[in-house]
Ligand binder design. Structure first.
Ligand code: GLY
Ligand code: GLY
Length: 312
């Protein structure tokens, strides 16, 4: 089967000055992740690699460049799921780890658990010899400025709010189908700017931020974590596809219902078991890109997309 890889770099009211970097970031991640699929690698490896690249990208709200909690610290959430087996791994409220998605994969592969949080996740990271960075290593100037704005203007400022948003940079995620028809999904985030220490969003929750099942499809979400959790967005999209909706219809329908019911915004990328693509957002922008064969298709403004033909 022809492999497919889709990535997102977060939904929101993305500032014009960030548009180019955000689009460039998702294109690079999708091209590098797809090389793995082209070499016959698995969907799981491809989504992990794409998310690792986005975690290194300071324009994204994941890994380096994550938004800060109210103590001024980076606390991150991530998850990964293998559609072949429904195996899943996740970490929540982890600090000083460059690649939370890889720690999530190790939770999946090396523990009997799905989700490790806080100090326990850190102990596990040490046990598997994952480097623990010096405190503050993942903090960027942009994230500090965003927290300063949050403190100045006060209130619970969701990074994807429709009002001027301080520190919106975008949760990241990827979904893929490999040449054997297997699916995988992964998501990683710094959460929301100015959050309470210990706050956990949707991204590490299987069925909230991430889901993959070879028999139906795979989804990764971005947006207001509290709303996405309550609406079980990733799993709701999967269930809608199970009932016969195509991935685009399923994505649009669930996001619109969440937006109507909870008055908050979200975006999602979805792939079906046959490699059809769904990309949806209730925000004005979400950076995304996907590759299928020699076509690289990408966009950031709602309703707009561009296509490039890649040379082999
Ligand atoms: N919480 C905002 C986002 O997922 O982009
Ligand atoms: N969607 C990411 C978060 O709210 O943490």
């Amino acid at each position: 089967m022809e492999p497919v890889l889709i990535v997102h770099g977060g939904a929101g009211n993305i500032r014009d000055s960030r548009v180019l970097n955000k689009v460039e970031g998702v294109k690079i991640a999708v091209i590098r992740g797809y090389e793995i699929l082209n070499r016959g690698g698995s969907a799981l490896e491809a989504v992990e690699e794409a998310v690792r690249i986005l975690e290194d990208d300071e324009c994204m709200n994941a890994g380096k460049g994550s938004v800060l909690n109210s103590d001024g610290e980076v606390e991150m959430d991530a998850s990964i799921m293998d559609g072949r087996t429904l195996d899943a791994g996740a970490v929540a409220a982890v600090k000083d780890i460059a690649h939370p998605v890889t720690l999530a994969r190790l939770v999946m592969e090396d523990t009997p658990h799905v989700l490790l949080a806080g100090p326990g996740a850190r102990r596990f990271a040490r046990k598997v010899n994952m480097p623990i960075l010096a405190p503050g290593s993942l903090v960027t100037k942009d994230a500090e400025d965003a927290l300063e704005n949050f403190r100045t203007y006060g209130g619970i400022q969701c990074e994807i709010g429709e009002i001027e948003n301080f520190g919106e940079v975008g949760t990241v995620g990827a979904v893929a189908m490999d040449s054997r028809g297997h699916l995988a999904a992964a998501t990683s985030t710094g959460g929301i700017n100015g959050k309470m220490p210990g706050r956990v969003g949707d991204s590490p929750l299987i069925g909230g931020g991430t889901f993959a099942d070879d028999e139906i499809g795979a989804v990764s979400t971005t947006g207001h974590g509290e709303s996405i959790q309550k609406f079980c967005v990733a799993h709701s999209i999967i269930k809608s596809m199970e009932k016969g909706l195509d991935p685009q219809e399923a994505t649009d329908t669930v996001l619109a219902k969440m937006n109507e019911r909870l008055k908050n915004t979200a975006g999602a990328i979805t792939i079906s078991k046959t490699g059809e693509v769904g990309i949806g957002m209730t925000t004005k922008r979400m950076s995304w890109a996907y590759r299928k064969g020699d076509k690289l298709i990408f966009g950031i403004n709602k309703g707009c997309q561009q296509t490039e033909i890649l040379e082999e």
